[in-house]
Write a protein that binds this ligand. Structure first.
Ligand SMILES: [Zn+2]
Ligand SMILES: [Zn+2]
Length: 151
């Protein structure tokens, strides 16, 4: 399962072509390597990056998401032209999350409300000051300094 990395989220206004190229470069992959990882033709990757493809079929879309290590929701959002904040958010279980590790994709799923393991309500903001979580690379809230995880 791909890990949610906020820095790999599409920017507003970013096109599919720019996004795929940016994430591919950040992973240090050539078009050929990306195509192989994604299980699509090299030509298809070329077409996407030349803006000749703006919509993706389900198969190539999940292949690309896998190869780029981004949630398939990101690619969906770009193809639909909607902001990613609306569909994927950083949520975690205050009981099960291990600070310093990425959140489980089952928590960050757009429709997830409770932890799949212990049933606790998921948290997308600091339990103390209620500021939204920007990155779970932090163990502590950058706004109030309290630990994100319940102690
Ligand atoms: Zn839990
Ligand atoms: Zn806080």
């Amino acid at each position: 399962m791909p890990l949610l990395q906020p820095e790999l989220a599409p920017n507003p206004e970013e096109t599919l072509a720019n996004y795929v190229r940016r994430v591919r470069m950040s992973l240090g992959l050539s078009q050929k390597e990306l195509a192989e990882r994604a299980g699509v033709h090299l030509q298809s990757v070329g077409k996407i990056e030349r803006r000749q493809t703006t919509r993706l079929k389900q198969g190539p879309k999940s292949g690309l998401a896998y190869a780029l290590s981004v949630p398939v929701e990101y690619l969906d959002a770009i193809c639909k032209g909607v902001a990613v904040e609306a569909i994927a958010s950083l949520k975690f279980c205050p009981q099960c999350w291990v600070p310093g590790t990425p959140p489980d994709p089952m928590w960050t799923h757009p429709r997830a409300k409770h932890c799949f393991a212990c049933g606790s309500p998921l948290r997308d903001r600091c339990g103390s000051c209620k500021e939204l979580i920007v990155s779970l690379k932090f163990r502590f809230c950058p706004f109030c300094g309290k630990s994100y995880k319940d102690t």
